[in-house]
Every structure is written in structure tokens, then in C-alpha cells.
Design a binder for this molecule. Structure first.
Ligand code: PLP
Length: 411
């Protein structure tokens, strides 16, 4: 007998984007040990947790140190106090009513967007936007819903919805039948948004074709445009067709603290093998209660504090700081004659490479000549070729310095 692996893992493209970025950076640093590199590549926050969050975090840790207030296992779905704060603050103000049993608190939108596919059958057809947050693709490859990756950089069996400047980064509806569509808005990596009307097209399509939309709103807190929905449930009928993912990571600097949530409405239905209707919410509940034991109490108290008056004001200051960086990047690159997208309702700026240069060539020029690190667009999917992603997660000084250096380059 030999142990057999899940062969689907062998279909995964071996070189992970950020590994290759790190390899090229390390090679450059070895050759140029004194270079002052400015990293604008990986999408991780740079500002610390705000004081209101830290205070709540610390006092919850103190509760854990006292036998009277100590907390053991909590509910797998998260504590009611946090679910209620989420509903009150993230939904009610947009006219959306949710029940606490529809909110599942977790330790990250990465795990939730990655794990959600396992409650759906392997024969479902999946559509993703291209470029894409690669977790949606790789988790479906691992599960066995795809064939091999072709020379075109696309996995056989997946439907790619192209998003580039030609269609204003608004994906077209799938041209072939699909069952599940992943959408991420504001988008990673392009930083672009969909208006209510544009998202409604997808919701209406989903209702008409019995499709489920997996809507990743991890960057919702960055929205600065009036006609951009903060939740897919602002669109009429979306409760019947969509699951929504949100995270405290980028909103409140929780990338290292870990807290997020997923909304699975009671009205959302799928079908069993005989075509009988099945509620999806109890399936996700079953999955989470079986495989997940909840987020730690202090982290949930810290997350709750993001909704306090002080917490909200302090977080707004941090988000405004990042968005000032985004503005500096957008305006500087535009002044240099480069085409830029995103950065208005997103910390990501998606730059068209000059002279149709290849993404990795542009990456190398920025690294070697400006000592600035971005992320090559091609790493996010074939339609990302010819673009590069920069992030606003940095200091204003570094951001300005990076723009100054790039402005001196000749393309
Ligand atoms: N979804 C998108 C689109 C992201 O870009 C990220 C992180 O970069 C995540 C989810 C992961 O969020 P979390 O830190 O909550 O796991």
C-alpha cells in the first residue's frame, strides 16, 4: 500500500506570485545591499491597531485571566455581541435587515472564500473574473473542479470573465452556463468597482439562471463613490442568490489579528442530486461547527470595538491616510502620462504598463531603476498581463518618494 495524494494539488501552478516577487527582490538586494527599497507590492496594512481596539483587546485578555470572567470555547459561529454589532453597523444603515444566524464570524475572508466551495457539488461550473484574487481559483483546483492549466494560463473547466481597460473593468455575463460566480468588489487586484446597476445585472442573471454569487467585499471600507454598493444585499433579490464575505483585515488593520465574517442568507437555496431545494445556510453552519471552533474571545471583543464611536473615528483616520497615499499614486502616475485605474474606492492602483510592456519587465524596471516593488498583473490571471498593481499601504513619505523616483524613469 502507498499513500496517495490528492492529485488535484499537482495541477496547481508551482510558482506562487509573491514567492517569485520575493525571489527577485532577494536577488536584487544581494547585488545591491545598500539600496533603499520601497515595497508597494503585497496588500498588507502598515498602520497598527487603533487605541480603541487595543483597549478592548487588552481588557478581554484580562477577563481571560480571571476565573470569574474566563471564557472557554465560544459559539463556532461567533459571539452574539459581535454579530449584532456587525448587523447594526455594516447593514442597517444601508437598509439591510439580517438575522444573527445569517452571520458567521471567522478568522479570515481567505479561509471563508477558500472553504465555501466545499459545501457545493464538484460538478458545479465555476466562473471567476480575470484577473482574480487567486484563492478562488486555487481552492477549486484543489477540490477537483478543473482540469490542468493550459498554455494560456487558464485552467480547463473554469470560466474566466475578462476585466481590462477594453471593457472598463466591468465583467461581461458568462457566455456559457455556470453555477457559481465569484465577484470581488472593490476589486483586488484592479481596485475598480461596480456600480449598483452593474452589480444588479449579475444579481438578475443569478436569479434567472439559478446561479449563486460569492461576493467578496473585503475592501468595502474603502468605498468613496456614492453609486457603489457597500453590500450586495443592497440589490433587490440578492438575498436569494448571494453569499457575502467581509473582513476586519483591511478595514481595521486586523491582518495579523484575524477576524472576518460571512453572511449566508436564509433565503439562499441550492439543489440536491434529485433537484430538491436545499437551504444553504444550515450547510455552512454544519461545515463551520464541524471544522472550526470559533475566533478567540479577545479578538472578537477587539473587532466589536471597531464599531464604538472612538473606534470608528480612529479607523476613519487610518483609512483616510491610506486613501491620501492612493491619491498621491494615482495623480503622480497620471501626471507622468501613465494609465491608472482603481485607487478611488480601493487601496490598490492598477497601472497599465508603458508601451505595452510585459508585466514582469515593468516590475524589473521599477525594482532595478527606482527600487520600488509592485506586483506584476500577470500573476493574477492572463488578463492582468500588461498591468502592475501598486498598493497604498505605506507611509506617505515613502509613497511620495516612490513616485518621485518613478517620475525620473524614461519608458
Ligand atoms: N479577499 C480578498 C479579495 C483579499 O484581497 C484578501 C486579502 O488580501 C482577503 C480576502 C483575505 O482577507 P483575510 O485577511 O480576512 O483573510
Amino acid at each position: 500500500m502507498v499513500v496517495k495524494i490528492n492529485e488535484n494539488y499537482l495541477k496547481l501552478k508551482s510558482s506562487y506570485l509573491f514567492v517569485e516577487v520575493a525571489r527577485r527582490e532577494a536577488e536584487f538586494v544581494e547585488a545591491n545591499p545598500d539600496a533603499d527599497i520601497i515595497k508597494m507590492g503585497i496588500g498588507d496594512v502598515t498602520k497598527p491597531l487603533v487605541p480603541a481596539v487595543v483597549d478592548a483587546f487588552k481588557s478581554a485578555v484580562d477577563e481571560m485571566a480571571d476565573a470569574e470572567t474566563f471564557m472557554g470555547y465560544g459559539p463556532e459561529q461567533g459571539y452574539g455581541f459581535l454579530a449584532e454589532a456587525i448587523i447594526e453597523n455594516d447593514y442597517k444603515k444601508y437598509g439591510i435587515e439580517l438575522d444573527t444566524s445569517e452571520v458567521f464570524i471567522s478568522d479570515g475572508a481567505k479561509c471563508d472564500t477558500g472553504n465555501i466551495q466545499e459545501i457545493f457539488g464538484l460538478d458545479n461550473k465555476i466562473a471567476v473574473t480575470d484577473p482574480v484574487y487567486t484563492v478562488y481559483v486555487d481552492t477549486n483546483v484543489m477540490a477537483g473542479r478543473t482540469g490542468e492549466m493550459g498554455d494560456d494560463g487558464m485552467y480547463e473547466g473554469l470560466t474566466y470573465l475578462k476585466c481590462n481597460a477594453d471593457n472598463d473593468f466591468v465583467p461581461e455575463l458568462p457566455s456559457e452556463p455556470v453555477d457559481i460566480i465569484y465577484l470581488c468588489y472593490p476589486n483586488n487586484p484592479t481596485g475598480t468597482t461596480l456600480t449598483k446597476d452593474q452589480l444588479k445585472v449579475f444579481v438578475d442573471y443569478a436569479k434567472e439562471n439559478k446561479v449563486i454569487i460569492l461576493f467578496d467585499a473585503a475592501y468595502e471600507a474603502f468605498i468613496h463613490e456614492d453609486n457603489v454598493p457597500h453590500s450586495i444585499y443592497e440589490i433587490e433579490g440578492a438575498r436569494e442568490v448571494a453569499i457575502e464575505f467581509k473582513s476586519f483585515s483591511k478595514t481595521a488593520g486586523f491582518t495579523g489579528t484575524r477576524c472576518a465574517y460571512t453572511v449566508v442568507p436564509k433565503e439562499l437555496m441550492a439543489y440536491d442530486g434529485e433537484g430538491n431545494v436545499v437551504e444553504v445556510n444550515p450547510l455552512w453552519n454544519r461545515r463551520q461547527t464541524t471544522k472550526f471552533n470559533g475566533v478567540s474571545y479577545p479578538v472578537q471583543k477587539a473587532a466589536e470595538a471597531t464599531y464604538s464611536e472612538d473606534g470608528k473615528a480612529q479607523i476613519k483616520e487610518v483609512l483616510d491616510y491610506y486613501m491620501e497615499n492612493a491619491k498621491v499614486i494615482r495623480e503622480s502616475l497620471t501626471d507622468m502620462g501613465l494609465e491608472v485605474y482603481g485607487g478611488i474606492s480601493s487601496p490598490y492602483i492598477w497601472v497599465k504598463t508603458p508601451n505595452d510592456m510585459d508585466s514582469w519587465d515593468f516590475f524589473d524596471i521599477l525594482l532595478n531603476e527606482a527600487n520600488v516593488i509592485g506586483t506584476p498583473g500577470s500573476g493574477f490571471g492572463p488578463s492582468g498581463e500588461g498591468y502592475l498593481r501598486l498598493t497604498a499601504f505605506n507611509t506617505l513619505e515613502n509613497t511620495k518618494e516612490a513616485m518621485e523616483r518613478i517620475s525620473k524613469l524614461e519608458f
